[in-house]
Ligand binder design. Structure first.
Ligand code: SF4
Length: 82
């Protein structure tokens, strides 16, 4: 899974380091270090950390685009009025 922290938003509250210590770690008082390619086994903790971040600085799986194509034959069908 891909993890990105917007460090311009991060205020160093360390909620993430508390909830997902294998992925996020505080380095000193305010600097956050994290694994951008976290193991999928960490998904639940990472999602909890992202939800708990007071400034919504943690983005999960946003860089690689959607798994489901939005156009083409595999795209989800739009509901049509009956
Ligand atoms: S919880 Fe959010 S603000 Fe706090 S250290 Fe983690 S990313 Fe930064």
């Amino acid at each position: 899974m891909r993890v990105v922290v917007d460090l311009s938003r991060c205020e160093g509250y360390a909620q993430c380091a508390f909830l997902a210590p294998d992925v996020f770690r505080m380095h000193g008082e305010e600097a956050l270090m994290y694994h951008p390619n976290a193991d999928d086994a960490q998904r639940d903790q990472v999602l909890r950390a992202a939800a708990a971040c007071p400034v919504q600085a943690i983005l999960v799986d946003r860089l690689e685009g959607p798994d489901v194509p939005l156009e083409g034959p595999d795209a989800p069908a739009e509901a049509s009025p009956s």
